[in-house]
Design a protein around this ligand. Sequence first.
Ligand code: HAM
Length: 425
Amino acid sequence: MKLQSIRGMNDIAPPESHIWGKIEDAARAVCRAAGYGEIRTPILEPTELFKRGVGEATDIVEKEMYTFDDRNGDSLTLRPEGTAGVVRAVNQHGWAIQQSILKLFYLGPMYRHERPQKGRYRQFYQFGIELLGVQDPLADAEVISVGWDLLKKIGIHDVELRISTLGTDSCRKPYFKKLTALLKENMDLVPEDFKSRIEKNPQRIFDHKDEKAQALAKKLPLLLDELDEESSQHFKRVQEHLHSMEIPFVVDANIVRGLDYYCHTAFEFTTNSLGKTQNALGGGGRYDGLVEMLGGRPTPGVGFAMGLDRLALVLQEASSFGGVRPDLVIVSSGKESVSVSLKVARELRGRGISVEVDLEGRSMKAQLKRANKLNAQYVLLIGEDECASGMAILKNMETRSEDSIPLEKLTAQLLEKFVESFHQE
Ligand code: HAM
């Protein structure tokens, strides 16, 4: 039997991985510009971290975690998300005490034992940012803007920002009590798998997929209508800041999020291009109680995470990245020509220009065929004739125009050419 990867865990290879690389580069660039520094936390964490952080009553903790005992009998879990680990690190190293504001980002694999389907995997990758130490709604708006800017930078235009508020305990507690009572009165309409949630987080009924549950949810009161002054002001200010940054959004009371640590702002970036079910490209919100809940000093926080698998799928389907093409393919023939081509290739690569050379001693015709297949921008011909005449031929594969370049000036003249053509793009 052939060995296979685990269900829901994918191999990501060229050409697809080029798209991933571009998304990650764009994420790093957006973070650099906004002052977020990278954090890398372990993939394995104590199980207790997610039970406390994400919440015992969530789908993630109840049924989706990869949890096992290690050789010492300690219960470990493959991280299902990034926020809890970041907060654990912040507390462990006392970073929030040393600095009043912390701005961190991360990129890496997460693990959830969900039913795999397009856009939903058991190992998936997140890019996320966390901003700790700021209570002001300006922080919520800045965090949202970083996500929005990334989506625009990578060319995803079919995206909607949906925002809501989960208030604070002072309005959520009485609201949950009311909701629980109403759900109990309508127990026949409550889906079987939701009955255990009625007490702990009745609001999740709003994003339950079952039709009966959705019909029931439509008749229930909304937290948005029962906010206290503090929560309502916070939400209003976030919206004002988004308006002033000209970031379009819709208020959607159905955004309740699948993790228990949120308060105030909750948001999602959704798209129509991945079908109805896995339409969230990213999501996040404010989590003012989490640092304290994980043993730290009370510190407000807000952040989001995006699913890289989903971003890559959207871009692949829109083929807006169109794969990568080499800047130059060098077609060589004969000993002298091969040594010139290797030297030039190394010099150009050192200057960031992508160059392909023949490694198999193929005929010039076969090499030209490969250059076409690779969709190279330029081809440099250094055959035996060119070596004898001391002039190589540079072909622009788009315009079909040709230039002769003296062999001893190859690197310098090619560099000039590429700088020119990069400027024109
Ligand atoms: P989340 O909404 O659970 O939030 O996940 C964020 C994003 O990760 C989703 O919108 C989706 O794009 C992607 N994602 C989640 N599960 C899967 C899966 N099984 N397969 C593929 N992609 C998936 C969080 O994880 C929070 N930690 C976000 C956050 C950061 N909140 C505050 N700071």
